[in-house]
Design a protein around this ligand. Structure first.
Ligand code: ADP
Ligand code: ZN
Length: 216
């Protein structure tokens, strides 16, 4: 099964991807995570990408093309994959079709996480992450027991550089301008399943499971 999860920043793509991965054993491919790792390791891609990312702007399509092609060169993708945060532009969607065609693969379903912009502000500006175990907190809705410290492993929590109001506004406008056309592209192919992402995490995942069970 080859899937794609799409939604605005803070809609819950990362959290839902983790759950899907665990239950369906798909390979999780998040271009955001790959880019953040590249920035951290100061690779050539990372150095090119970091300014765009900090501002909340999209990284150029050519860079994304290269990291996706490179990712497909590893054979673990045969098991089925879940793309998270990719494609994010119409050009990336067209490019992905071409890449998949050459590999004799296809997308089975696009999970579209729907949520109002207003709800995302608290989710994103309050978000804190554990760099060691990956746990996600929110200072407003899910604070750690001790401020700034991970409940699970004791590591100091961090905030993503682009999780501030200014970058979020750019990310949201990029989303509406560039990623909405991607959803329309897949809607025409008839493979989009809409999910209400404003609900409680467990309820959102249960809706996703219902969709995926229908595909299996
Ligand atoms: P979010 O959806 O919360 O904004 P991501 O982790 O998916 O977070 O992406 C973070 C940043 O990485 C984006 O704002 C953008 O700069 C860059 N990025 C990630 N994926 C892509 C992509 N497919 N195309 C262009 N830029 C991307
Ligand atoms: Zn932790």
């Amino acid at each position: 099964m080859n899937l794609l999860i799409i939604g605005a920043p803070g809609a819950g793509k990362g959290t839902m991807s983790e759950r899907i991965m665990d239950d369906y054993h798909l390979i999780h491919v998040s271009t955001g995570d790959m880019l953040r790792a590249a920035v951290k390791n100061e690779t050539a891609v990372g150095l090119k990408a970091q300014e765009y990312m900090n501002r909340g702007e999209l990284v150029p399509d050519e860079i994304i093309h290269d990291i996706i092609v490179e990712r497909f060169s590893q054979d673990d993708m045969e098991a089925g994959f879940l793309f998270d945060g990719y494609p994010r532009t119409y050009a990336q969607a067209v490019d992905l079709d071409e890449i998949l065609k050459q590999l004799g693969k296809k997308l089975d379903c696009v999970i579209n996480l729907n949520i109002e912009d207003q709800e995302l502000i608290e989710r994103i500006t309050g978000r804190r992450l554990c760099p060691a175990c990956g746990e996600i907190y929110n200072i407003y809705t899910k604070p750690s027991k001790v401020e700034g410290v991970c409940d699970r492993c004791g590591e100091s929590l961090i905030q993503r550089k682009d999780d501030n109001l200014e970058s979020l506004q750019v990310r949201l406008s990029e989303y509406h301008k560039n990623t909405q056309p991607v959803i329309e592209y897949y809607q025409e192919l008839g493979i989009v399943k809409d999910v209400d992402a404003s609900k409680d995490k467990e309820d959102v995942y249960s809706d996703i499971r219902d969709i995926l069970e229908g595909l299996c």
